[in-house]
Design a protein around this ligand. Sequence first.
Ligand code: HEC
Length: 340
Amino acid sequence: MALASIDGIQFLLRWVHFLSGITWIGILYYFNFIQGSWFKETEAEHKKAAVQKLVPRALWWFRWGAMFTFLSGLLMILLEGHKAGGLILAFEGNSWGAFILTGATLGTLMWANVWFIIWPAQKVVIAVAQGATNPDAAALGAKAGLASRTNTLFSIPMLYFMGCCTPLAGRRRIEPGRARRARRRHRCALDQRDRWKDRTDDVGQRSDHQRPRLDGRVVRDDRSPRMSRTKLGGIEVVGSLLLLLVGCDGSSAPKTESAELYARGRAVYVMNCTACHNTDPAKPGPVGPAILGSSLELVRARLSEATYPEGYTPKRVTKQMPPLPHLAKHSEALYAFLNP
Ligand code: HEC
């Protein structure tokens, strides 16, 4: 993975997101679980010294942690949309998108709480501890405390959606009205792992179990997907750090237009077609046939009306594939992906 690519930038952003997120939420938990109860039982002068000298430091890391977490998350969402050829396309209609956007909404509320309620109120509380007078200080302190407890509560579902959505949610499109079996397959990816295996075994293909990753690449997993994922993650981390140290990213050549078209086609394919076609389009999928090398006319005809170009002999006589007209605008990208 080249660092000077969208994938590389996303990788670094995710790192920043984790680091700043842990800084932020760690201090949030410190405030709520440790400092608050200590304040209640300690002498007034100790408390005052802490508010003067300790709290401002903790609040600095706290609010900037929140800001970096928010900004890196926002950038990741925008890049995700850029990769998929549109924000809606990246997040709409797949459970991964629903999970991550729920987490992001909670996170954004928490960030706004920090910057627009907690921090302004705490500024007054600190100023009073440092000698200023302000009759509102006690009320503001209570307001900040409430916002802080709210954030602590929000952090639990927020982290759940942020941290669990990749393993829990498949990222393939769920078409309304699609067979119940397909929907169930998407809903819970804890079983998805096993089901994946069954499915591939059923069809008797793909002895090497392959799964689409979030970014559209295909991961080979043998017996334990988790193991190989970790291994892959480790290699990526070490590789990227080395690249950082050496200061070269291995692909300084600008991306050509066709490479971008191919990448978009791959993203659209992984999100919309792999419920039926194989993640490797050269191989037959669980439902649909191998479609590597399909012509542009064929792709267009399939997407717009699920028909075939005149005179074309279909690989299957069935009529299982629904038309996907909302994807017709991606025909060229899909064609580029299917004809590398
Ligand atoms: C619901 C399952 C399903 C989905 C989703 C699906 N397909 Fe299909 N596709 C099929 C099936 C099954 C066939 C075989 C003909 C039939 O039964 O309709 C097929 C046939 C095709 C063919 C023609 C193969 C040939 O040469 O005869 C192409 C091309 C194709 N699909 C492309 C796509 C693309 C591109 C996507 C994603 C945008 C996609 N399909 C999504 C099930 C699906």
